[in-house]
Design a protein around this ligand. Structure first.
Ligand SMILES: CCCCCCC/C=C/C(=O)SCCNC(=O)CCNC(=O)[C@H](O)C(C)(C)COP(=O)(O)OP(=O)(O)OC[C@H]1O[C@@H](n2cnc3c(N)ncnc32)[C@H](O)[C@@H]1OP(=O)(O)O
Length: 725
C-alpha cells in the first residue's frame, strides 16, 4: 500500500509493503490514488514520495511477474503520471531505490537521497530491462555512458556516486524526509518543464556512434548467451537515437522479447533460490529460525596453499582478526608473500586501500608456525593437502589446543566429515566449509554437516558465509558432497566422449556455447589434473595399489577411462605445467591452444584399445554431460543430501560457472521437461550399460510417473526422505 497524508502544503505519499516496499499491484494503485488526490486538492502545492521503514523501494514485486496481472506493466503510466503533475514531486530516497523504485524517482521532479542510500536498475540481473521508461529517462539525466553502465550491469551505486553523476539533486546525512519536505516547499511555483526528464535532450557525445559500437562489443562479450544485457543496450541506444515516445515504444518491444525468452523466469528462480537456501533445516528439527550463531571475533587458517591464501584474504576483507599457520618457516614465508600480494591487489580495488584492510597490523593478521597461538580463536579453517591421515592428525591437535566451543572447519572438497571429526573430542564442533578457488573471489561456500555437527556450528558457518559476502549452502555428508558429486559424472562423460571420437576443444565449445565460463577440459586444466589423479590413487583406482590384472578401461565392473591418469603420468597437469588437455604458451600460461600431440595420443589410445570412433554431434555432447550431472542431482535429493533443488542450483551457479540465465541444473531440467531428460538418459544408458551415471535415478522416474510436476513440488514426492543432512 501507499499511505497518503497531508501536512502543510506538501502531501506525503509513503510506499508501504514490507520488507522492501516492493511495488505490488496494491502499492501501485495506492500510489496512483495518492497522486490523484494531491492533484485534486487545491491546498496541496507539492508532493513528496518516500518509503516506509527507511527504504524507498526495491522495485516491482518480482513474485508478481509470474502472475497473470503482471503488475509491472502498470508502472510506466504511473511514472508518466508523476512526471506530468503540475505540482512539484520530490522523491526522498532512503535505504534502496532499485528497479521500478528508481524509475518512480526518475518520474519525480527532484530527488534527494540519504548518504547511505543505494540506487540501481538491477532488472538486467533478473532477465528484464527497466521497462517503466527507465531506459529512456536515465540517459537523459546522467548521459548515455553512465546510464548504459548502470542499466547493462545492474550495479547498485552509493548516494555519493549518484550525486556526482547527477542522478540525485542533493544528499543529506540526517533526516531525508524533513529535507525533502523543505525542498518541496522551496520549489513550489518554480517551472517544472526543465525538471521533466522526458522533455530533456540526450546529452550529446562527440563520438556517440563509435562509443555505442564499442560498448556493444563489450556487452556481448560479457553476456555469453544472457540476453538481457544486449537488449538493455538496444533500449539505451533507442534513447540516444530516437525521440522519447519512440524510445518508449522500443523499450516495450524489447521488454516483450525478454518476458517471453524464458531467461527472466530462470534468473528470477535463481534470485529466490539464493534467498531460500538461507533458511536451512536439519533432520533433527534444528533450523535457521531456532539456532543462533556464536560470534567469531578471531579466526585461524591452517595451511597457506592456494586455498588457504584465498581464505585468509577473504577473512581479512571481512575484517576478522586472524592467525595464519603453516607447518614450517619455509612454507610460512612463501604463503605470507602470496597472501600479501593478494591483499595488496584487493586493497587497490577498494576505496581507502590498505588502510581499510589493515593487513599490515599483526594484531589483525598474524603469521605463525606455532599451533599454541590458536588457543584463543573462535573458529579454525583447516586448508591443508587433501589427505585423510593428515587432516585427522591436524584435527586431533586442534581439539586439544583450541578453547572449548571453538568451531573446527575443514576445507575438504570430498572427504568424509565424520571421519575427520572422529579424530577430535568435540565432533559437534566439526563442520565442512568447502570454499571454491579462488576463495576470495568465488561466492559459494558449501557447508557440510557431519552426523554430530551441532545446530550452533551450522548457524555459525552460515553467519560466516554472510560475513564473507558468500552464499552458504548447507548440505549433507557424502563423497564429493553436492557440487563435486554432481561434477564427477559430468567430467566422466566428457572423457568418455573423447574415447569415442570427440576432441577436448569440441566438447568445451558445446558447453561454453551453453553458457559455462569454461568447458570441462579447460576447467580441469585450470584446476590441475594432478588433484583428481591423487584422489584416484587414494581410492585405489590407479597407481601402485591397483591390483595387477585390472582391465585398463574397467573398475569394479564399470567403465573407466584411464586417459586423465595417462596424461598425469606424462607430467601433463594442465596450466601449471603448460600442458594438459591443451597446450599453453608456458607453464602457468592461460591461453589454451588445441594440441596436435594430444590428438595423436588420442588416436593411438583408441587404436590400442580397439575403440571404433564415430562423429559425435553437439546434442549428444550436451545431453550426456548435462543429463548425467542432473541425474546425480536427483539421486542427491532422494538421499536427502540437499533439502531442495534450489540448493543444487545455487551451488552450481555460484561455484561451478553454471550460466545463471539457465537457472541452475535442476531448473534447467524442469524447463527441458523431465520426461525428455528421462527418455534421453534411458537411450544413452542402453548404449552404455556399464556407466551407472547414465542410469536414470529412481526419483527422476518417480517424478515423470507423477506427471512431471513443477519444480516447487518435487520434494513433496519424496514420501519418506532418508535424510543424510
Ligand atoms: C510485465 C512486466 C513489466 C516489467 C516492468 C519492469 C519495471 C520494473 C521492474 C523491476 O523493478 S524488477 C525488480 C528490480 N529490483 C530488484 O531486482 C531488487 C531485488 N532485491 C534486492 O536486490 C535485495 O532484496 C535488496 C533490496 C538489496 C535487499 O537485500 P537484503 O539482503 O537486505 O534482503 P533480501 O533477503 O534480499 O530481501 C528481503 C526479502 O525481500 C524480498 N524481495 C526483495 N526485493 C524484492 C522484489 N523486488 N520483489 C519481491 N520481493 C523482493 C526477498 O525475496 C526477501 O524475501 P524472501 O525471499 O527471503 O522471502
Amino acid at each position: 500500500m501507499a499511505h497518503y497524508a497531508r501536512g502543510s502544503a506538501v502531501a506525503v505519499i509513503r510506499l508501504c509493503n514490507p520488507p522492501v516496499n516492493a511495488l505490488s499491484l496494491a502499492v501501485l494503485q495506492a500510489l496512483e490514488d495518492g497522486l490523484k488526490k494531491a492533484d485534486a486538492d487545491p491546498s496541496v502545492k507539492a508532493v513528496m514520495i518516500c518509503g516506509e521503514n527507511g527504504k524507498f523501494s526495491a522495485g516491482a514485486d518480482i513474485r508478481g511477474f509470474s502472475s497473470p496481472e503482471r503488475h509491472g506493466g502498470a508502472l510506466g503510466p504511473i511514472v508518466s503520471l508523476i512526471e506530468s503533475s503540475e505540482k512539484p514531486v520530490v522523491a526522498a530516497i532512503e535505504g534502496v531505490a532499485l528497479g521500478g523504485g528508481l524509475e518512480v524517482a526518475l518520474g519525480c521532479h527532484y530527488r534527494i537521497a540519504h548518504m547511505k542510500a543505494q540506487m540501481g536498475l538491477p532488472e538486467v540481473t533478473i532477465g528484464l530491462l527497466p521497462g517503466a521508461e527507465g531506459t529512456q529517462r536515465l540517459p537523459r539525466l546522467i548521459g548515455v555512458p553512465a546510464a548504459l553502465d548502470m542499466i547493462t550491469t545492474g550495479k547498485h551505486i552509493p548516494a555519493t556516486e549518484a550525486l556526482k553523476l547527477g542522478l540525485v539533486d542533493e544528499i543529506v546525512e540526517e533526516n531525508t524526509i524533513e529535507a525533502a519536505i523543505r525542498l518541496a516547499n522551496k520549489v513550489i511555483g518554480q517551472p517544472l518543464g526543465p525538471r521533466r526528464l522526458s522533455l530533456k535532450p540526450i546529452p550529446r557525445l562527440p563520438n556517440m556512434e563509435a562509443f555505442l559500437r564499442e560498448a556493444l562489443v563489450r556487452v556481448k562479450q560479457q553476456a555469453r548467451g544472457w540476453l538481457a544485457p544486449e537488449l538493455c543496450f538496444q533500449a539505451v541506444r533507442a534513447a540516444a537515437e530516437r525521440p522519447f515516445a519512440a524510445g518508449v515504444r522500443r523499450e516495450r518491444e524489447l521488454l516483450q522479447v525478454l518476458l517471453t525468452s524464458g531467461q527472466a523466469r530462470a534468473l528470477q528462480h535463481a534470485f529466490f533460490a539464493e534467498r531460500a537456501v538461507r533458511r536451512w533445516a536439519a533432520p533433527s528439527g534444528a533450523s535457521w529460525s531456532s539456532a543462533a550463531p556464536q560470534p567469531v571475533r578471531k579466526a585461524a587458517v591452517v595451511g597457506l596453499g592456494t586455498m588457504g591464501r584465498g581464505i585468509v584474504t577473504s577473512l581479512v576483507k571481512a575484517n576478522i582478526p586472524l592467525v595464519a599457520l603453516e607447518q614450517n618457516l619455509e612454507y610460512l614465508n612463501k604463503g605470507r608473500k602470496a597472501v600479501m600480494l593478494l591483499l595488496e591487489r584487493e586493497a587497490m580495488k577498494m576505496e581507502g586501500g590498505a588502510q581499510t584492510l589493515d593487513f599490515h597490523n599483526p594484531a589483525r593478521l598474524h603469521f605463525t608456525v606455532d599451533f599454541d597461538l590458536l588457543r584463543d580463536v573462535d573458529l579454525v579453517i583447516e586448508a591443508v593437502f587433501e589427505n585423510m591421515a593428515l587432516k585427522k592428525e591436524i584435527f586431533h591437535k586442534l581439539s586439544k589446543i583450541c578453547k572449548p566451543g571453538a568451531l573446527l572447519c575443514t576445507n575438504t572438497s570430498a572427504l568424509n566429515i565424520d571421519e575427520i571429526a572422529s579424530a577430535t573430542s568435540c565432533p559437534q564442533q566439526v563442520i565442512g566449509t568447502h570454499f571454491f578457488s579462488p576463495a576470495h573471489v568465488m561466492r559459494l561456500l558449501e557447508i557440510i554437516r557431519g552426523r554430530h555437527t551441532s545446530p550452533t556450528a551450522i548457524a555459525t558457518a552460515m553467519q560466516l558465509a554472510k560475513a564473507l559476502k558468500k552464499v552458504g549452502v548447507v548440505v549433507g555428508n557424502c563423497f564429493g558432497f553436492v557440487g563435486n558429486r554432481m561434477m564427477f559424472p559430468y567430467v566422466q562423460q566428457a572423457v568418455f566422449l573423447l574415447e569415442e571420437g570427440s576432441r577436448p576443444e569440441a566438447v568445451d565449445q558445446v558447453l561454453e556455447d551453453f553458457g559455462f565460463k569454461l568447458g570441462p577440459f579447460r576447467m580441469s586444466d585450470l584446476a590441475g589434473l594432478d588433484v583428481g589423479w591423487r584422489s584416484r590413487k587414494d581410492q585405489g583406482l590407479t597407481g601402485p595399489s591397483l591390483p595387477s590384472g585390472t582391465p585398463a578401461r574397467q573398475r569394479h565392473g564399470q567403465r573407466y577411462s584411464p586417459l586423465p591418469d595417462l596424461l598425469c603420468e606424462q607430467g601433463r597437469f594442465g596450466q601449471k605445467t603448460g600442458k594438459g588437455w591443451y597446450q599453453y604458451e608456458q607453464a602457468g600460461g592461460r591461453t589454451a591452444t588445441p594440441d596436435p600431440w594430444l590428438h595423436s595420443f588420442l588416436s593411438h589410445y583408441r587404436d590400442t584399445h580397439h575403440i571404433k570412433t564415430r562423429f559425435i554431434d553437439q546434442e549428444e555432447i550436451l545431453e550426456r554431460c548435462l543429463f548425467s550431472l542432473i541425474n546425480e542431482g536427483f539421486a542427491i535429493l532422494a538421499e536427502g543430501i540437499a533439502s531442495g533443488p534450489e540448493h543444487l542450483d545455487v551451488i552450481y551457479i555460484n561455484g561451478y560457472g553454471w550460466p545463471k540465465h539457465r537457472g541452475g541444473p535442476m531448473f534447467y531440467a524442469s524447463t527441458v521437461g523431465l520426461p525428455r531428460v528421462l527418455a534421453k538418459l534411458q537411450k544413452y544408458s542402453e548404449v552404455h550399460p556399464d556407466v551407472p551415471g547414465l542410469r536414470p535415478s529412481a526419483f527422476l522416474k518417480k517424478l515423470v510417473a507423477a506427471g512431471n510436476p513443477p519444480i516447487k513440488e518435487w520434494m513433496s514426492y519424496l514420501s519418506q526422505q532418508s535424510s543424510k543432512l
